[in-house]
Design a protein around this ligand. Structure first.
Ligand SMILES: Nc1ncnc2c1ncn2[C@@H]1O[C@H](COP(=O)(O)OP(=O)(O)O)[C@@H](O)[C@H]1O
Ligand SMILES: [Mg+2]
Length: 280
């Protein structure tokens, strides 16, 4: 059974929305390459996603906001096909990704770029080789061509002087920028970011956010960003979805989320200690 369709002027009570979640599509007239339909996922007796519905708008930047431990990373792993839902559908480019072959799933994965929390670089490869890795693995391009593409991307993220450094020799911000360059190197249609702001100071966070906006403006693509950082969400997003207890409870244009009067959304976006969100 799927959740009832909610519109932006939903007249259900907050309690109903919290318990059932919503399907709000902030831009139903636009394309959606990634759709999450009533996805449930538990680990043992612990229910993480409890009926999540979320369509991502193509060529926009959508942020999924939620407290730590709400299942944001678990959601991204479902989109890239690393985790299989217990029920529900993960639809990518029109395919239910768990009703196709592993080979087809792998083909779809090549159209994704993912920036994991720590950049997930290979410690034994320098920055250049890390960024070149997807090209060497998935294409038959000549080394001269690879060099040109890699250097182009490293230039865009401001790392041309760090090409021969190893991940252990550069700062957290540089690792993230290298991870970003690597995520973009195959010209992905969908780029996902897992807490790009984690472990960065406010200035570096702000610089990375500028970079996300610049790269999106230059290369386009559907950007899906998960974070608990409210400032990041406000700065980079076209749309904001708020997840709580494994469900989507608000979804709309960024300003709208920040003007929401739903108690949880208000509390979370203002960082207030008073409200439905407690310590547990
Ligand atoms: N592979 C796994 N096995 C068991 N529990 C997991 C697994 N992956 C995530 N979890 C649990 O699911 C919950 C949500 O995790 P996660 O998606 O990482 O949260 P966050 O929103 O902070 O990214 C956490 O309580 C985490 O411990
Ligand atoms: Mg996480």
């Amino acid at each position: 059974m799927s959740a009832p369709l909610a519109t932006l002027d939903d007249d259900r009570t907050y309690e109903e929305i919290y318990s059932q979640g919503i399907i709000v599509d902030p831009a139903p007239h636009l394309e959606h390459s990634v759709r999450i339909k009533n996805v449930k996922k538990s680990f043992g007796s612990f229910d993480v996603l409890t009926g999540l519905n979320l369509n991502f708008v193509d060529d926009a930047i959508t942020t999924v906001l939620g407290p730590s431990g709400t299942g944001k990373s678990v959601l991204l792993k479902h989109i890239v096909g690393l985790l299989e839902p217990d029920s529900g559908v993960v639809e990518v480019f029109g395919n239910d990704i768990w009703h196709i072959s592993e080979k087809e799933r792998q083909e779809i994965r090549k159209r994704f770029g993912v920036l994991f929390q720590d950049g997930a670089l290979f410690g034994s490869m320098n920055i250049f080789d890390n960024v070149a890795f997807p090209l060497r693995k998935h294409t038959k391009k000549r080394e001269s061509e690879i060099r040109e593409i890699v250097m182009g991307h490293l230039d865009e993220v401001g790392l041309t002087r760090a090409v021969s450094k190893y991940p252990g020799e550069v700062s957290g911000g540089m690792k993230k920028r290298a991870g970003f360059a690597r995520a973009l190197v195959l010209n992905p249609s969908v780029v996902m970011f897992d807490e790009p702001d984690s472990g960065l100071d406010p200035v570096r966070t702000s610089l990375l956010n500028d970079l996300i906006l610049k790269m999106h403006a230059e290369h386009g693509g559907t950007y899906v960003l998960v974070t608990h950082d409210i400032r990041t969400a406000r700065k980079v997003s076209d749309y904001v979805g708020v997840v709580w207890q494994g469900k989507l409870i608000h979804y709309g244009e960024t300003e709208e989320a920040f003007n929401s009067d739903m108690p949880f959304v208000r509390q979370f976006l203002s960082g207030d200690s008073v409200g439905p969100l407690g310590m547990d």
